[in-house]
Design a protein around this ligand. Structure first.
Ligand SMILES: [Fe+2]
Ligand SMILES: [Fe+2]
Length: 210
């Protein structure tokens, strides 16, 4: 799968998560997690190289800037009480801005990238993006079909902790992931010795991706 197909495929996941998160705050946690991973890997394995083509540089810079804006919306929503009546507005804002960004990438930037990158480079970047994304998101094992699941012996109480890295963070909700830290334990305040930009400090370090 080349990098454009891989990115479009993951866009489908993001769109689906947004639709589900409109009615389920728990899905919103997953949407934020996948968005930050998507942006980080998309920049590393796509935009950093696309910026090297003069005819695509402006579009690439704009897209990366939109990632920054989306992550500011995430930062705002992440700390907002889930039971507050305005939380659904936060979800909607994130979804609308994200959808606009995904549509623009697919309509304008990806077709241009297909013209500029060689086939070999498109395929190499697609493999790298997919591997990195899957690694960061963790491996999710497929569920057994109901007919087989019913035959599984019941586990002793407390014996089934679920997939490692995906459950059990009581301070942060039902979903967790490798490198995840509770919000209150993360230092998001820049110090003079830190040279990273605000985005990395505030959002990506929060998700364990810096
Ligand atoms: Fe993007
Ligand atoms: Fe994207």
């Amino acid at each position: 799968m080349d990098v454009v197909d891989a990115l479009v495929s993951h866009h489908g996941v993001l769109r689906q998560l947004y639709l589900q998160s409109e009615t389920n705050p728990e899905i919103f946690e997953e949407l934020m997690r996948q968005l930050v991973v998507h942006h980080t890997m998309e920049e590393r394995y796509f935009y950093e190289l696309l910026e090297g083509f003069p005819q695509a540089r402006r579009d690439a810079l704009e897209a990366v800037n939109e990632h920054h804006i989306i992550e500011l919306i995430i930062k705002d929503a992440e700390r907002f009480p889930r039971d507050h009546e305005r939380f659904s507005v936060k979800v909607e804002s994130l979804g609308e801005y994200t959808t606009h960004h995904l549509d623009e990438e697919e309509a304008q930037i990806f077709p241009l990238a297909r013209q500029l990158f060689t086939l070999e480079d498109l395929n190499t970047l697609g493999r790298l993006f997919t591997e990195a994304k899957d690694k960061l998101l963790g491996v999710v094992l497929p569920d057994l079909p109901a007919s087989l699941s019913a035959k599984r012996p019941k586990k002793a109480k407390g014996g089934n902790k679920g997939s490692p890295g995906f459950r059990g963070c009581s301070g942060c909700g039902p979903l967790s992931w490798p490198g995840h830290r509770k919000p209150e334990t993360v230092n998001v305040i820049p110090t003079p010795s830190q040279e990273r930009d605000d985005r990395e400090l505030s959002e990506r370090s929060f998700y364990g991706l810096s």
